[in-house]
Ligand binder design. Structure first.
Ligand SMILES: *[C@@H]1O[C@H](CO)[C@@H](O)[C@H](O)[C@H]1NC(C)=O
Ligand SMILES: *[C@@H]1O[C@H](CO)[C@@H](O)[C@H](O)[C@H]1NC(C)=O
Ligand SMILES: *[C@@H]1O[C@H](CO)[C@@H](O)[C@H](O)[C@H]1NC(C)=O
Length: 570
């Protein structure tokens, strides 16, 4: 019966009792929430009856399903005829002057209490109250030492009466509170307390009752002793991890597998001993400290991290290698997890004679080997030069079918893990390909690809015909002029000695070069044979012909110019 009644009481409100035969008529109900181990007073009526009535108190504990008689008293004009008390079940119950029941709210006190008002053996009214208990605790017991994690806990029984609840700070701020409806617990924590956390904390609970929802508030004192600083003596070290990653890829830095209160992430610089705190997150206070690493994030801060399941995502550059120490704190316990990270960064540099493929790596202490290999033929020996934290191999330029292909730089950790940077060397152009992660485009690659790039075959347009033709039209007279100058200089030096002879030999024979077909032929041959003339042949020419040699190139230049102009215009 008790359970049935209880269920009705909790599930229904208002109109419910109208259909319940148990609570029909003058029966009304309420929920009273009191703090465990405090004195409780349950009143029987709001306005005292003006006539003489008999008041009887009964109780039904949470474990029972029948009513037990407690006390009764005659009440005249709202005043009992005398105080009385009774020990029942090891507990003392008293009745006050206004017929209220007074007792101490021990754990066993939780249950239903009924007050029946009778007149001449006739039941006038019955009031049934569900007594809920709330137990508050502050752990560790105040005064607490600085830096310890204070737990503010509230335990409500029965668990179903608490509709909602929260812990409130001394300044009135709602604290992040975790509510477990199944167990009726409300928990909030104050990690790493300081003297600023001193004060009275309030647990505010809304309870379901037939007369509506009411809020009950319960207070606890938190005092922080500044005389001592808490230090974690219980530290668990999780097996350290050894990791390797390509620069700018995504790496997961794991934290100990516990649901913690807060997390601190320390970073020891690669290949050095300096260490700094780079991240902290307190899931109770929801506070972050500013990060020094922009490429570091908590994984899923909205759900995982909010629940205390911490881990980080890092997109590292070469210098982000090193030791990442994740410390998770839960109450009085600390858990440490080290992630030692080596970052591999590949890049290329080219000169006119070679393409240098380099890879650099950090956190050398855990690196077993780093080497370059030719993917298509892993047995091929590649000459490489290694300095501290860098290994370079060179591909001689120009790239041949033999040297083109994929080159891999593989870093092996002492634990057997490896990571690979890939670079594809092609003959036509140097287009870097990276695998598995992206990398920065190597500097100096632009001039290199320009040097290597050949004009694409089968892509000769009409325009290039025109330009080649015009170019030739200009080239012919230029060559002619050059030959002319050469001949003139040679001719000048030589004719000074043999001018008399030449003049006497050819004088009067040729007036105009165009009037003599032989001379003309000779000159044309000069043009066509270009740079292989016989100087001595020219010495045989009359001076008039030599002079005409200058006119001819000029004329052909003018002709060519007009021809090319025509071509361009058309
Ligand atoms: C808190 O502690 C102070 C000083 O000890 C005391 O005066 C105050 O009554 C306490 N408050 C509560 C709610 O316990
Ligand atoms: C944390 O979350 C991950 C991913 O959802 C899960 O695999 C792991 O078990 C969780 N750890 C704990 C302690 O709950
Ligand atoms: C720290 O971070 C918060 C939120 O990201 C920002 O508002 C604040 O300006 C930052 N402070 C400094 C000193 O960078």
């Amino acid at each position: 019966m008790g359970k049935y009644f209880h269920a009705l009481l909790l599930i229904c409100s208002g109109s419910c009792f109208l259909i319940s035969p148990l609570m029909a008529g003058d029966v009304w109900n309420d929920v009273v929430m009191v703090r465990e181990d405090t004195s409780v007073t349950l009143s029987c009526f709001d306005s005292p009856p003006t006539t003489s009535v008999l008041v009887t108190w009964k109780m039904m504990s949470a474990r029972e399903d029948r009513w037990s008689y407690l006390l009764s008293a005659n009440c005249i004009d709202g005043q009992t005829d005398g105080r009385s008390s009774r020990v029942f079940g090891g507990r003392t119950f008293g009745i006050s002057a206004d017929a209220s029941l007074i007792f101490r709210a021990a754990a066993a006190a939780q249950g239903h209490y009924s007050c029946v008002i009778e007149q001449d053996d006739k039941k006038l009214q019955e009031r049934i109250v569900l007594l809920g208990l709330i137990k508050l605790s502050v752990t560790p017991t105040p005064p607490v030492t600085v830096d310890s994690t204070v737990r503010l806990a509230a335990q409500v029984s029965p668990s179903s009466v608490a509709a909602w609840g929260t812990w409130v700070s001394p300044s009135g701020e709602q604290l992040h509170t975790e509510i477990s409806h199944g167990t009726g617990s409300l928990l909030s924590k104050l990690p790493r307390v300081t003297s600023k956390d001193n004060g009275v904390y309030t647990c505010r609970i809304r309870v379901h009752g037939n007369s509506g929802t009411s809020v009950s508030e319960h207070r606890v004192n938190v005092t922080v002793s500044v005389k001592a600083v808490f230090s974690f003596t219980d530290v668990t070290h999780v097996v350290p991890r050894s990791l390797a990653a390509l620069s700018h890829s995504l790496v997961t830095l794991t934290c100990p597998p516990v649901l913690g209160d807060y997390v601190l992430l320390y970073w020891e610089y690669p290949d050095s001993k300096g260490m700094e705190l780079i991240f902290q997150f307190d899931r109770w206070r929801r506070s972050y400290t500013n990060q020094t690493k922009p490429h570091l994030h908590l994984i899923d801060p909205a759900s995982l991290a909010a629940a205390g399941n911490f881990s980080f995502l890092l997109s590292p550059s070469l210098k982000d290698g090193g030791l990442y120490l994740c410390k998770v704190f839960l109450d009085d316990n600390a858990f440490n997890q080290a992630n030692r990270l080596s970052v591999l960064h590949g890049y290329t540099k080219s000169s006119h004679t070679a393409l240098d493929l380099s890879c650099m790596y950090s956190e050398r202490s855990q690196v077993k080997a780093v080497k370059w290999s030719y993917v298509q033929d892993p047995r091929r020996f590649l000459q490489s030069t290694a300095v501290l934290g860098r290994i370079t191999t060179s591909v001689v330029l120009p790239v041949t079918p033999e040297t083109a292909g994929q080159y891999a730089c593989t870093l092996y950790l002492k634990n057997g893990k490896s990571v690979q940077y890939m670079y594809t060397v092609t003959m036509a152009s140097i287009d870097p390909t990276f695998s598995p992660g992206p990398a920065l485009p190597p500097a100096g690659d632009v001039s290199f690809s320009a040097f290597l790039t050949l004009p694409p075959a089968g892509d000769v347009s009409a325009f290039s015909y025109v330009s080649t033709f015009s170019f030739l039209l200009f080239l012919i007279p230029l060559i002619a002029v050059a030959v002319g100058v050469l001949l003139w200089r040679q001719g000048y030096c030589l004719t000074r000695r043999s001018v008399e002879q030449s003049l006497s030999h050819h004088s009067g024979e040729v007036e105009n070069i165009y009037e003599n077909p032989d001379d003309l032929r000779q000159v044309i041959e000069m043009h066509s044979t270009s740079f292989s003339p016989s100087i001595w042949q020219f010495l045989l020419l009359p001076p008039a012909v030599l002079l005409n040699l200058f006119l001819l190139p000029l004329l052909s230049f003018i002709v060519s110019l007009s021809l090319s102009l025509l071509v361009v215009l058309s």
